[in-house]
Design a protein around this ligand. Structure first.
Ligand code: UD1
Ligand code: CA
Length: 449
């Protein structure tokens, strides 16, 4: 059965106190909008329509960034959730499968929950996702009659008795396209807010002899973001869930609360993550690798048996093969480090390749940027780069080659050769002692005034 998604994301999000559209605020390194799209992606939606309004251009771009086939439609004025859904009608012309309506600011709905809603569609025309609220506050209330959902009443329009109901509306709705758009077209705005409420389609459906019901999920799933505080709580919840999932899959963390993960962080079984490690988006760590304390990783791949840190930084394009060692105060960017190579101390490797088993000495820098363009450094296998070597790219150092400490490498180094480029040393006999005594005498004179 084919499904389409309609994601409502036109609202202003005034309470965020931000110039950025609400759905572009991030948790786990991804915009809220992507989380909503991600939870539904397992259903392989045939079409995805994002209804945008405030900050539409940015939101459209973000939607397309997640799914190039996503279709953005504009809601010029935010006249209510039913009006928002109606904007998707044209874009879904000719589609006659299931439509799932989601909110762009509600990131935690699970695929499993959406599947339960679709399953309930077998026996009902409309399925609404509800939850038992610990504090029902201003949520819309689901008025049930046994299995049947007879009406949804918005808080503002509810009687005292209706407000006492704790079963609340999450906003997620599932129905076949024709039914949904027919009902939405019939919704009016004669209510306390003067808005076109999507929730009104339930009463209308019942009046037409259609059957509506509610599926329920955990309240945590329905958490919507309206303020920065809620965003921060959502981030905390996301982190907790992601850490737990990784640990359950066999990742070792001594202090999980200090490890920060992204929506797409992948870590293999028996990998060890020490305290205070940050995984920005795009990181894969294979089984048995070890990420030591206070490291920051982004867009990087760490293979089996490799060690990173403590205090290391892997930037986008860092590709570490098996058994590579990256040590403290080392930064790696857009560089492939081959099997068993070691970069252990105080080093910058950018736009480079390092061959298998090569050793990069402390303080080595690939000078990859000339102020205008970036250049590559290539280092062969079984090569030894002496401490404090400056590799002025573009440059190639061969296999089984060597550079002397403090060499500034400006020319290619052939296989098996040693490069040395620094001034020769001269020792001036007795000079240090003489200089010390002159300086000490000067200091003593100054102290006397
Ligand atoms: C809505 C529901 C309420 C439910 C609650 C759950 C209605 C009438 N009410 O109320 O029953 O308990 O969500 O959080 O549906 N949006 C648009 N265009 C609009 C209006 C809204 O795109 O014209 C989008 C918003 O950006 C937001 C979502 O729809 O993502 C929900 O809108 P919001 O105004 O927050 O609805 P609530 O009043 O919270
Ligand atoms: Ca809301």
């Amino acid at each position: 059965m084919s499904t389409a998604l309609v994601i409502l994301a036109a609202g202003k999000g005034t309470r965020m106190e931000s110039d950025l559209p609400k759905v572009l605020h991030k948790i786990g390194g991804a915009p809220l909008l992507h989380h909503a799209m991600l939870s539904a992606s397992a259903l392989e939606p045939e079409r995805t329509i994002v209804v945008t309004g405030h900050g539409a251009e940015l939101v459209d771009a973000a939607a397309q960034d997640f799914d190039p086939d996503a279709n953005a439609v504009r809601q010029k004025e935010q006249l209510g959730t039913a009006h928002a859904v109606a904007q998707a009608r044209e874009a879904l012309d000719g589609f006659d499968g299931e439509v799932i309506v989601l909110y762009g600011d509600t990131p935690f709905i699970t695929t499993d929950t959406l599947e339960q809603m679709i399953a309930a569609r077998a026996t009902h025309d409309i399925v609404v996702l509800g939850f038992e609220a610990t504090d029902p506050g201003r949520y819309g209330r689901l008025l049930m009659d046994g299995e049947t959902l007879s009406r949804i009443v918005e808080y503002k329009d509810a009687t005292e008795e209706e407000r006492a109901v704790t079963l609340c509306n999450s906003g997620v709705i599932c129905a076949d396209a024709r039914t949904l758009f027919d009902l939405v077209a019939a919704v009016g705005n004669d209510n306390a807010s003067g808005e076109y409420y999507l929730t009104d389609i339930i009463g209308l459906a019942n009046a037409r002899g259609l059957k509506a019901t509610a599926v329920t999920c955990d309240e945590a799933e329905t958490l919507g973001i309206n303020s920065r505080l809620e965003l921060a709580s959502a981030e905390a919840l996301f982190q907790q869930n992601k850490r737990r999932a990784l640990i359950e899959d066999g990742v070792m963390m001594q202090a999980p609360d200090t490890v920060f993960l992204s929506f797409d962080t992948i870590i293999g079984r028996d990998a060890e993550i020490e305290p205070n490690v940050v995984f920005a988006p795009g990181v894969t760590v294979e089984s048995g690798a070890r990420i030591r304390a206070f490291s920051h990783l982004e867009g990087a791949h760490v293979s089996r048996g490799a060690t990173v840190g403590p205090f290391a930084r892997l930037r986008p394009g860092a590709e570490l093969a098996e058994d590579v060692h990256i040590g403290n105060f080392v930064e790696i960017k857009n560089a492939a480090i081959d099997e068993g190579a070691k970069v252990n101390h105080l080093t910058y490797i950018g736009d480079a390749e390092i061959g298998a088993r090569s050793n990069i000495g402390a303080g080595t820098i690939t000078c990859n940027y000339d102020g205008v363009m970036k250049h590559r450094t290539t280092i062969g296998r079984d090569t030894f780069i002496g401490s404090n070597t400056m590799l002025v790219a573009p440059v190639t150092v061969g296999n089984e080659a060597m550079t002397a400490t403090a060499t500034v490498v400006t020319k290619d180094v052939p296989d098996g050769a040693m490069a040395i480029a620094r001034t020769d040393q001269t020792n001036k006999d007795g000079f240090a002692r003489k200089l010390f005594s002159i300086l000490r005498a000067k200091k003593a004179k100054q102290a006397k005034g």
